[in-house]
Design a protein around this ligand. Structure first.
Ligand code: DQQ
Length: 464
């Protein structure tokens, strides 16, 4: 859909209630996440002229609570004929003495080098590009200048450090550069590199300290499907090298890519990702003039057993309406939970196996049960599975299901008008999906197969 046909519709059944989405047009990666003068800023890859990815600029919104987003003017646009003529691609933001500094990738056109560019703003709203752009024109010679992008800025040891994605010899790499003034940069280190099994190109690297450990998040290309992985290890600060001990998937749902994190003033590390993916063929929001949205913001931490935990920010709990609770119910077959439905929900539940072999929860369920998004535990396989094969418009063109190993049978499920995010195993397992049910498909049901399960605790709140 192009510029002249773009318009929102009043009967849009898919526009999220509490997830960030573009006013119209196309959205992909979150960029420049930052808390600046008390407000949270979310920039994003944005094409306001169509519902496809092209000539991306940086869309901009801000929020006081990470849930209600206010649209702001576009921060940076591609410049005609120059180093960013074909797109201002992904990057990051930093609070500096002069206001917000953005570092983004200037894409001048197919088959040409990508370079890192600076834009600054004293007020956090109007940005000016540096006359010295691109401030980092190319990577060291053995890395690909055609795939050199997504700078993530931080302050370390009194200087600016940026980590940028690239590759050499078909292996993804995260490169670090340092600067004293954001304008003059020198190559510092290869922070980490794929061994061949973790991607051929690393997009959107992000590096930070979390509870005394170091985490490198990357969006690897060439791992079979869209994934975001986090390497956890120790940082040799002098050499600028991460010694990874292991890596994990941040989210095993189909719609999660280009995750970026930022620190908050109250000491949290918050992550937001694009809740869609490059391979998705179903775009049922297109007739309504927009495509793409973000995940709910998630706080990162480590569980007592050392696993990385993602959990919805606590602000969401304040947006809960009057809840419906239940406990100690036997479940056999399918049991609709009357009064628990809705298109925007926050659900928590603890199940017990009893004699069941499979059990779980259906959300966005139609009254006759023909449409539903299913979340299922399998006792023997020790897995959790999301099945969206009957979840509404476009279901036939979406990857039907995803699954992960899962040890416990407690869930937190966030439902919005075109998404379901599932948090299991205390937040160590997350599965995020888009789905496009009909407006009347808003029921919630429990099910158990092969025996009788026990619902120990259930709570469901509408989010408004
Ligand atoms: N999207 C951006 C790139 C990035 C990719 C372009 C990841 O900067 O590598 O829209 O989705």
């Amino acid at each position: 859909m192009g510029w002249s046909e773009l318009r929102g519709t009043l009967d849009d059944p898919y526009r999220p209630v509490y997830h960030a989405a573009p006013p119209c047009g196309w959205m992909n990666d979150p960029n420049g996440l930052i808390q600046f003068r008390g407000r949270y800023h979310l920039f994003y890859q944005y094409n306001p002229r169509g519902t496809h990815c092209a000539d991306c600029c940086w869309g901009h919104m801000d929020s006081a609570d990470l849930l209600h987003w206010r649209h702001l003017p576009i921060a940076v646009w591609p410049g005609p004929g120059g180093y960013d003529a074909a797109g201002c691609w992904s990057g990051s933001a930093l609070d500096t003495p002069g206001g917000i500094a953005l570092l983004y990738t200037g894409f001048s056109g197919q088959g040409r080098a990508q370079g890192q560019c600076l834009a600054t703003s004293p007020d956090g709203v109007r940005f000016t590009k540096s006359l010295s752009n691109p401030v980092i024109p190319s990577p060291p010679v053995d890395f690909s200048p055609l795939d050199f992008r997504d700078p993530k800025l931080r302050r370390e040891d009194g200087r600016y450090v940026v980590v940028t994605g690239s590759h050499r010899e078909g292996k993804g790499a995260a490169l670090q550069f340092v600067s004293d003034d954001l304008l003059h940069w020198r190559f510092f280190s290869v922070l980490a590199e794929s061994d061949g099994s973790t991607g051929t190109m690393w997009e959107c690297p992000d590096f930070f300290e979390l509870d005394g450990r170091h985490v490198l998040v990357v969006s690897p290309m060439g791992m079979g499907r869209a994934r975001n992985i986090a390497f956890i290890g120790t940082y040799e600060r002098d050499r600028g090298r991460l010694r990874p001990e292991h890596w994990v998937d941040l989210d095993l749902g189909w719609d999660f890519y280009a995750a970026q994190t930022f620190p908050t003033n109250d000491g949290r590390r918050i992550l937001i990702a694009w809740m869609d993916n490059w391979g998705s063929k179903a775009r049922p929001t297109e007739p309504h003039g927009w495509v793409g949205c973000m995940t709910v913001p998630r706080e990162l931490s480590f569980l007592p057993d050392g696993r990385l935990r993602s959990w919805p920010v606590r602000e969401l709990e304040r947006a809960r309406g009057e809840g419906l609770r239940a406990s100690d119910l036997a479940v056999a077959g399918t049991a609709e939970l009357e009064g628990a439905g809705g298109e925007a929900l926050d659900i928590e539940l603890d199940l017990d196996w009893g004699s069941a072999r499979r059990m779980g929860l259906d959300v966005r369920r139609s009254p006759d049960g023909s449409e539903r998004f299913r979340i299922e535990f399998d006792r023997e396989a020790c897995t959790i599975r999301c099945d969206r094969s009957r979840s509404g418009a476009g279901a036939g063109e979406l990857w039907p299901e995803s699954s992960a190993r899962c040890e416990t049978t407690s869930l937190r499920v966030l439902v919005d008008r075109s998404s379901v995010e599932v948090f299991a195993d205390g937040g160590a397992v997350v599965l995020s999906h888009r789905c496009y049910p009909q407006p009347g498909s808003d029921g919630v049901a429990l099910f158990a197969e092969g025996g009788e399960a026990l619902l120990k605790r259930f709570a469901c709140w509408p989010i408004s």
